[in-house]
Design a protein around this ligand. Structure first.
Ligand code: BYC
Length: 327
């Protein structure tokens, strides 16, 4: 047997063992052998997920100074801070796969790495903070709960903590909308307008339909994804269709209708042109979001430089102390 045939046989056997572990629901940990394509898929998805958390702070951060009361301000501040934390857990999980954080950040800033389409829409009223919590975090929870059972250990563990915080986020969003829906006519109208603008972008968050999803089949075989984009989207529509009744408001879909035979709500067509337009960088706020992230990175340069200088100084002192002790 030639060297290359021996290598191929060895690789094949490693791949088989890897898939057997996946099929038996045994978690893959950072030091375990994994196919290069599995590693790359995870770096892509976890990196994009982390970027979404960080960029996701911007639309909500826009209302911290204008929250209608001290209580609302404190809650919103805590929520936005939670999103920063989620980004950090996720960057750390991606780093266990051998990519460094600077590379991921650079890819976000250059537009090479994606982040969730939803954060390219503007927050023009206070009700948008309610709609983000209820619809966007609601969609995020449905997508993220299955990731708690993802085959890659560090991602699954990060997700468990994130999901606990997301469920608080969703409730606070719903509570904002509930308060507005029970308020004056103007407040009800503000809540309705916000739901009209955020509903379809939230439905799109789950990604392209299954027939157009390039990564789903392989990601499901590797148990990175446990459900398809369309399955999760259907769950979301079913959940929202019931919860909107409590608000006494409506979602902007005339085709939304309970289908007894399917045991699910039917819903109207999705504007995929809008989705891809936003994903490709042409949404209402794409430019503004990236500019804000690049500015934050540049403004923070002195902090990173100071931290490196301090670490070097500390290491040097430690070295000098050791040399003195040895003398
Ligand atoms: N936006 O083959 P597909 C949050 C891309 S943060 C933009 O189905 P996959 C929150 C996709 O990347 C919520 N791009 O891909 C934070 C791929 O392009 P590339 C973020 C999208 O990966 C702060 C192409 O379309 N959650 O909740 O199998 C405040 C084909 O798609 C989108 C996560 O990131 C999109 N919506 O499935 C409040 C969850 N959808 O990469 C709230 C983790 C698809 O080949 N991620 N694309 O260039 C996932 O579960 C999966 O990556 C997705 C997509 C379901 C999103």
């Amino acid at each position: 047997m030639s060297d290359s045939t021996t290598q191929q046989t060895a690789l094949h056997s490693l791949e088989e063992k890897f898939q057997e572990k996946i099929d038996a629901d045994i978690r893959i940990e950072p030091k375990d052998w994994m196919p290069e394509a599995y590693r790359k898929t995870l770096i892509r998805q976890i990196g994009q997920h982390a970027h979404s958390e960080i960029v996701g702070m911007l639309p909500e951060g826009n209302w911290i100074t204008r929250a209608p009361s001290l209580k609302r301000k404190a809650i919103l501040l805590a929520k936005v801070q939670d999103e920063a934390g989620h980004g950090l857990y996720l960057y750390s999980a991606a780093e266990t796969l051998g990519v460094d954080r600077d590379t991921m950040v650079e890819e976000l800033h250059s537009g090479k790495a994606k982040y969730s389409s939803i954060f390219n829409y503007p927050t023009i009223s206070w009700a948008d903070i309610g709609a983000i919590g209820w619809l966007v975090d609601g969609a995020a929870i449905l997508n993220q709960i299955p990731i708690c059972r993802c085959s890659y250990g560090p991602y699954a563990r990060a997700m468990m903590r994130i999901c606990k915080e997301e469920s608080f986020h969703q409730r606070q969003g719903f509570e904002i909308l509930l308060t507005l829906s029970r308020g004056s006519e103007a407040q009800r109208a503000m809540a309705q307008d916000s739901i009209n603008r955020w509903y379809w972008p939230a439905v799109m968050m789950f990604g392209p339909s299954d027939t157009d999803s390039t990564h789903s089949a392989q990601s499901m075989a590797w148990k990175i994804k446990r459900f398809s984009n369309d399955e999760l989207r259907q769950r979301f529509v079913d959940m929202i269709a019931e919860q909107i009744k409590v608000l006494g408001l409506t979602v902007p879909d005339p085709d939304l209708k309970w289908n007894e035979a399917r045991g699910h709500y039917d819903f109207g067509p999705i504007d995929w042109d809008e989705f891809w337009n936003v994903v490709k960088g042409n949404g209402p706020c794409n430019k503004q979001r990236l500019e804000a992230r690049v500015k934050a990175w540049e403004d923070g340069e002195w902090v990173r430089d100071a931290a490196v200088a301090y670490a070097e100084k500390k290491a040097k002192r430690k070295g000098e102390d050791k040399a003195t002790q040895a003398a």
